[in-house]
Design a protein around this ligand. Structure first.
Ligand code: 5AD
Length: 355
């Protein structure tokens, strides 16, 4: 095949994905491995059309509250891993967290995301109390938790307390690849099990993976796409891997904007009604990363609502954005950036249509 014919083949696979919302594993591998700038342009146009059909030009915002950076896990890529002695650890109190919600509500946020490391201090009792209080004070808001793997009973109690949504990236579908990114105590199987449990309990579930993580192959990404189809989550968060200087992957190459936005476009065609954030990591590696994500089919942005004093401590990777348009207080700037590319920020819970 000539290069022109190869590109045409990739474009025809993208067209078929758009029509049938499915590809076979070897076709996914081809679409990913043989991508060209021309095929990507075609993909983004289709992805935007699909996004406009279901969500119009609205962008949903989520207020991200990073409430603890203590973590019992030791993921090789993550800056807040247990064995990073240089991380300055902090925990927010219930009062701090509620203050973030009040500030966010005034700014127009109707979804709060409580994200943290796997911190034993936040027992079910403590976390349920926080969730109940937010539920009580903000009845018209969605509460999203992102606090890692917990037993079913814990997830159930948190749901009862008022949590609506749960974010837990599967990170990578393939068990062997998973094993190269995580210590032996963690497993891909357990991670996926948690996702099925969360779904069964009634949560709107978000999963996702890093793009360009160490050792990742097009085959791995193909398996991620097949898993997304099976799980059919309400949200999918993907962002480039960005090395952190105090981790075993300090010198590993990072993921690219190019592949990340390409994967965003593919996910929009695979799951047309899914909520798809243009992530902080994408905004970190390129000044216009989030705009590029939106133009590839993303429809969610998650500005930082954590108290300014702790933001630079929640350092999952180097140079993580926490000021400028990333900060919740600069919503006006974000609004202007989005309006420039033809989109508007919605004051709404922004529930997924994928239910
Ligand atoms: N680069 C990019 N993303 C990272 N995460 C953790 N460490 C990094 C890194 N170095 C992502 C993981 C996790 C989410 C909260 O942050 O995918 O699920």
């Amino acid at each position: 095949m000539t290069p022109g014919e190869r590109e045409q083949h990739v474009i025809s696979l993208i067209d078929r994905l758009c029509l049938t919302r499915t590809l076979k594993r070897d076709e996914w591998i081809t679409v990913i491995r043989e991508r060209t700038p021309g095929a990507a342009e075609h993909l983004f146009e289709l992805a935007r059309n699909v996004r406009h059909l279901h969500y119009g030009h609205d962008i949903y915002i989520r207020g991200l509250i990073e409430f603890t950076n203590y973590c019992k896990n030791d993921c090789y890529y993550c800056g807040i891993r247990k064995s990073n002695a240089n991380a300055q650890r902090y925990r927010l109190s219930k009062e701090d967290i509620l203050a973030c919600c009040h500030l966010g509500y005034g700014l127009g946020f109707r979804t709060f995301v409580l994200q943290g490391g796997e911190d034993g201090y936040f027992t079910d009792d403590r976390l349920c109390e926080i969730v109940s209080e937010i539920r009580h004070q903000f009845p018209d808001c969605a509460i999203t938790l992102s606090v890692g793997e917990r037993p079913r009973e814990s997830y159930r109690r948190l749901y009862e307390a008022g949590a609506d949504r749960y974010l837990l990236r599967h990170e990578t579908y393939d068990a062997e690849h998973y094993g190269r990114l995580h210590p032996p105590q963690l497993s891909a199987a357990r991670r996926k099990h948690c996702l099925w449990v969360l779904k069964e309990l009634g949560y709107q579930v978000g999963t996702g993976f890093m793009v360009g993580s160490p050792y990742q192959t097009p085959e791995n990404l193909a398996d991620d796409m097949l898993f997304l189809r099976k799980l059919n989550p309400q949200m999918v968060g993907i962002g480039p891997f960005v090395p952190h200087h105090d981790t075993p992957f300090a010198d590993a190459p990072g993921g690219t904007v190019e592949l990340t936005v390409y994967m965003l476009g593919l996910i929009r065609l695979l799951l047309p009604r899914v909520l798809l954030p243009a992530t902080t990591a994408l905004g970190t590696i390129a000044a216009d990363g989030r705009e590029q994500g939106i133009l590839a089919g993303a429809n969610v942005i998650m500005p930082n609502l954590s108290p300014p004093g702790v933001r630079e401590k929640y350092l999952l990777y180097d140079n993580k954005l926490c000021t400028g348009a990333e900060a919740a207080e600069s919503l006006d700037r974000l609004k202007a950036q989005m309006e420039k590319i033809g989109y508007r920020i919605a004051v709404s819970r922004g529930d997924s249509l994928n239910i």
